[in-house]
Every structure is written in C-alpha cells, then in structure tokens.
Design a protein around this ligand. Structure first.
Ligand code: ATP
Ligand code: ATP
Ligand code: CA
Length: 217
C-alpha cells in the first residue's frame, strides 16, 4: 500500500483518485472547491479544502512524504504551474502533472515535473492509432523510434513454424520478446516455440517495421 496526494478533482483528478483507492492505496485529495471536496469525502482517505498554490498548505501536509503527487489542475494554467513548482521544490517524489496545452507541457517540463499527461491529446492519439492499425491491440513507445507492441497471429503462412523458422528478425526486423499461446503456455520468445493462429505476440522493433509486420502477421 502506498500514499498519494491528488491536487484538483476535475474529471482527470477524480479518475486518478478512484483508481488509486480501488487498488488499495491511501489518497489525500485537495481542491479549492467545497462541492468537489464534498463529493469525495467518502471516497478519498482524507480530503482538504485548500489552495495548493499556498506553500504553507503543502508544508502542513508534508507533501514531500507521499509516494507520488498528481497535480491535476488543467485549465487554470497559473495555478497548475505554481503548484507543480512548489511541489517539485519541496522534494516530492514522482510528481505527475496534467497539462491542457503544449505550452503548458513545456513550462511543466522546465519546472521539473517527472511526468506530464495531456489526457485529451493522449487519448486522441490512441484512438487514431487504433483506427489506423486495428491489428495492434496495445503498444508502448520505448523511444522516439522503437515500440513494444501486442498483436495476434492471423496469417496461416506463419502457422506451425518455430520462431526460428519464421525468421522474423531477418525478414521483418522485429523481435518477439514474449509469446502467449492459445494452448495456455507462454515463454520469452524461445527459438523453438511453434507459432499457431491466435497466439499473442509481444514484439519489439522500429515503429515502421512493426507497423508493416502487424499487417502481415
Ligand atoms: P478535467 O479536464 O480533468 O476535468 P480541467 O482541465 O477542466 O480538468 P479544472 O476543472 O479547471 O481543470 O481544474 C481541476 C480541479 O482543480 C478543479 O476542481 C479546481 O477546483 C481545482 N483547482 C484549481 N486550482 C486549484 C488550486 N490552486 N488548488 C487546489 N485545487 C485547484
Ligand atoms: P475536449 O475535452 O476534447 O476538448 P469537450 O468535451 O470539452 O472536448 P467541446 O469542446 O464542447 O467538448 O466540443 C468539442 C468540439 O465539438 C468543439 O469543437 C465543438 O465545436 C464541436 N461540436 C459540438 N457540438 C457539435 C455538433 N452538434 N456538431 C458538430 N460539432 C460539434
Ligand atoms: Ca478538460
């Protein structure tokens, strides 16, 4: 169990609080809005009506002692930046900040937020990617060039070949890091694993290669 502080109970902050509580963690929720706090008094572990841009508020709750702090103030850019700055300065660990614009992302990066989320933009990218690449069911960007992608085997051409025989690294530039087979077994992409239709592959590679491969596999 860990202890987190969520500042701002808009749609994003509310969702973070609920998910952390569901996962069994303790959450202190802060908002200036009495109504928002009222709605969360039976959900969060502790609630506080307070202005997070006030340094004394953050000192009082010992903001640096939490396992993570989420600054979920979006639209009020000034409050978002000031709060994030104060939280970072206090020495808090794992500071996540919500941004609504690209400019805000730049400033929050400068201020030292460990992770910056743009919920609408991030969700938009995922929806667009899913529409454009329905064969890719899940992915993680590893760097600007590389991703880690989950996909299902559909092409009979690969059925009953071992990973070695399928020659995926040579022919498609991708590496199978993990295979979850329809027979219930799984392994870390051993060369003698026989591929079957319906198996789930977790593939690492350059994005362009992975996109091409996802249309063939
Ligand atoms: P979402 O899209 O997640 O709903 P948003 O980007 O629309 O959020 P707001 O609704 O403007 O952002 O802000 C989120 C919450 O942060 C609000 O409930 C607001 O009252 C709270 N908030 C704003 N400023 C502060 C502050 N200085 N201290 C504490 N809470 C604040
Ligand atoms: P987001 O959080 O993604 O910015 P939102 O939930 O705040 O979106 P709005 O900004 O109100 O939603 O609406 C999104 C867009 O949809 C706006 O550009 C708006 O002009 C457009 N829109 C709203 N109603 C209609 C409609 N009936 N037909 C076409 N476009 C519409
Ligand atoms: Ca919004």
């Amino acid at each position: 169990m860990k202890t987190f502080c969520v500042i701002g109970l808009g749609r994003f902050g509310s969702s973070v609080v609920k998910n952390l509580i569901e996962d069994g963690h303790e959450v202190v929720a802060i908002d200036t809005d009495t109504k928002k706090i009222d709605n969360f008094k039976d959900i969060a572990t502790h609630v506080m009506i307070a202005d997070a841009t006030d340094e004394r508020v953050l000192k009082n709750i010992e903001i640096d002692k939490f396992d993570g702090v989420v600054v979920a103030i979006g639209k009020n850019m000034q409050a978002s930046i000031l709060t994030t700055m104060l939280v970072v300065e206090s020495g808090a660990k794992n500071v996540v900040a919500k941004a609504t614009t690209d400019v805000q992302v730049k400033v929050l990066t400068k201020v030292g937020a460990g992770k910056i989320i743009q919920p609408e933009k991030d969700a938009g990218e995922r929806v667009a990617d899913n529409l454009a690449h329905p064969d890719i069911s899940d992915y993680l960007d590893l760097s600007a060039d590389y991703s880690f992608v989950k996909m299902k085997v559909k092409n009979p051409k690969f059925a009953n070949l071992t990973l070695n025989q399928a020659n995926l690294t040579q022919d498609y530039g991708v590496n199978v890091a993990f295979i979850n087979k329809t027979d219930g077994t799984a392994n870390i992409g051993k060369h003698d694993t026989v591929i079957s239709i319906g198996d789930t592959l977790y593939v690492v590679g350059i994005k362009k290669d992975i996109e091409k491969f996802s249309e063939i596999i």
